[in-house]
Design a protein. Sequence first.
Lengths: 206, 620
Amino acid sequence: MWQIAGMKILVLHAHPRLSASVVQRAMLRAIEGLDDVTLVDLYAEYPGLDIDVAREQQRLLHHDVIVLQHPLYWYSSPAIIKEWQDLVLENGWAYGPGGTRLAGRFLMSAISTGGPEQAYHTQGRNRFEITELLAPFNQTAWLCSMAWLQPFVIFSGRRMEAAQLSAAAEGYRDLIVGLRDGTIDPLSRLAPGFTLPPAFADGIHR
Amino acid sequence: MNPEALLLGAFIYLAAAVVAAPVATRLGLGSVLGYLVAGMIIGPAALGLIGEEGAHVMHFAEFGVVVMLFLVGLELQPSKLWELRRPIIGLGGLQVVVTALAVGGGALAFGFGWKAALATGLILAMSSTAIVLQSLNERGILKTTAGQSCFSVLLFQDIAVIPILALLPLLAAAQAHDTHDTSLIGDLPGWAQTIAVLAAVAVVVLAGRFLTRPLFRLVASTGMREVFVGLALVMVVGIALLMQLVGLSAALGTFLAGVVLAESEYRHELEMDLEPFKGLLLAVFFIAVGAGIDFSLLFGQPLMVLGLVIGFILVKLAVLFLLGRLFGMSTPDASRFSFALAQGGEFAFVLISLAAGLALLDPSQAGLLVAVVALSMAAAPLLMIFDAGIIQPRFANAGEARADDHIDETGTRVIIAGHGRYGMTVGRLLQASGIRAVVLDHDAEQIDALRKFGYKVYYGDASRPDLLEAAGAAQAQALVIAIDDREKALEIVETARRHFPKLRILARAFDRVHAYRLINAGVEDVHREVFASSVDMGEDLLVRLGLHPFEARRAAMRFKNQDERLIRRAAKHVDDTQHLIDLARQGSDEIERVLATDLGGAPLTQDHGWEAPDATRSES
């Protein structure tokens, strides 16, 4: 199968005010320096939002699992992730006619929220499940013939005790390492209700 | 003429011009008609302030036509001349031939001999370059379809003067040999004359191409304007002399020189420097024409003279209108075109005196022709007013779709004044974005370097409204003032705001105090020259010190915006005159004030966005 040991992982991280962040910094610390895990701080690389499209596309081609790591802002991502989608996922490259370059790869959100888990529920304050709120990423993956994995979420991390938070961050690292080493089968972690897009398999022999 | 008489004459002519032009323009008649009428009034027929020297004055003032054609040439790049070849040769050529035949036929019917009739036809085929170009330009229609056609026809006529000058003696060959030939080479055999003419033209073209640029650069680098003006005049006079030496038209020679220099970076400066000379000389010329009208002839046989003038104008109108339609002009354009050109020209006076000297025309015929030409010239501005005021509105009312005027200005969008280290960056960004800018600079060496890289750079002082105008300020969207002279920058702002209120001004300020003055002068976009760069460096430093790049960027942006707001607020409270008194002291005071504001004011705090300070984001 394709998930041989040695899956390369790209973590695209976005936090517009990292110095004020607690959870995201803990998550970053947890995965820093891992082999075959590339960590990109989008706001640091592009403080003017002038994303280098060719460079970011090359980056995607060199990795198998793309992780979008960011706090959940207004039920979505910070602005630069959207900018990254708008610019890097080009028609004819990522989707559309001839746009098969991302087929067979995996997309996963790794997010932190302010609110508790029970708020993200039909009966909760936020009325929707996380996977429902992240539907745009779901469909982005589908359109690019990628597999959308179940989001990794740390709920209300700012209110956690230090030990609790570092345990959560370690959970994040275990997931990343497991995906990298093939000890976690990504297909077993497809988001609920997500079926593989038709052209997904075309990409796996690359 | 003794010096007192010379001064008195100059005073009378200039005073007449100074009084006539504003009055005529105020009345909407155009300056040309004003000059002609002023000439009639101060001439022998009325006040008699000027008298028999009129012919000399006119001869001298014809130099104005020469200068004008030089300026016309400057406006005409060779490529554009080539573009106009069809209207020049086709329309211009047919106009001369058909008008000559029609007028000549009329003259035959009037009882002239065939030679006299042919000469008359050729002479009257000319129109007045001076009146038409001046009037079209005043009305701002020189660049329109009709205007360009007029120009083409006039250009052909100016060229046609040369063969006509040669033809008249041939026509007169049967008559007594005349020694009108004033050129030095008149005694040479025909082939040698031809060689001399070609050599003279070659001298003008080659010298214009290779000699003028280093010469102008040398003179420009002295920074003495009067020397530059002097050189321009020396060049034009020199060419005129050279052309007369070989028997060519001086006007044509200088026109040629103008075309050669049209691509030169000194073009605008030359235009500006010669413009006043041309204007004054032409004014004197028109006054002399007005003064020269023989009213005794007119009052002796008023009906006949007036009838001839009207008949002549009607013939010209008919020929021009038909040719205009034949060459694809719309009816309104053809009307404008024919009304503009339906008069005799200044070259007619030259040709009439030549033909009279050759005994082709007898004195009474010559006198009659002079009167007809002069009166038709006097009528010319009225005819153009008639067309613009009465004929053109009818076309508009009749609902005839009027073809869009072809505006032949190749769309200057931006003018950059000052192309040093500041203006150049602005210019490069524009160039990289595919936007053409016209650059004005005062540094001759810099200009040379820039032109090598294909920039449209012109030598000149941008605080002069005429130069801004020539650079296209009337159509441009924006003016960038990037010169490294505080006072001059403010002067340019003032000039631009007064003459081109629609032009958006972006100005480089040296420091806060200069920025205040620019803001108070009404500039919307003031940029302090080192401000952005030092904020950039500050941002870079924050990153080196470990701040997250995006947070450093936000801090820099906030600082910048805050300071821009501060400077605009502070500008309102600055007493401008006090600044003028002691800029340096004010400058250091200002720094103290700004630093105090930084201390006292709110630090660059972040907003509460992205991470709530109390760590309990209620929403997500």
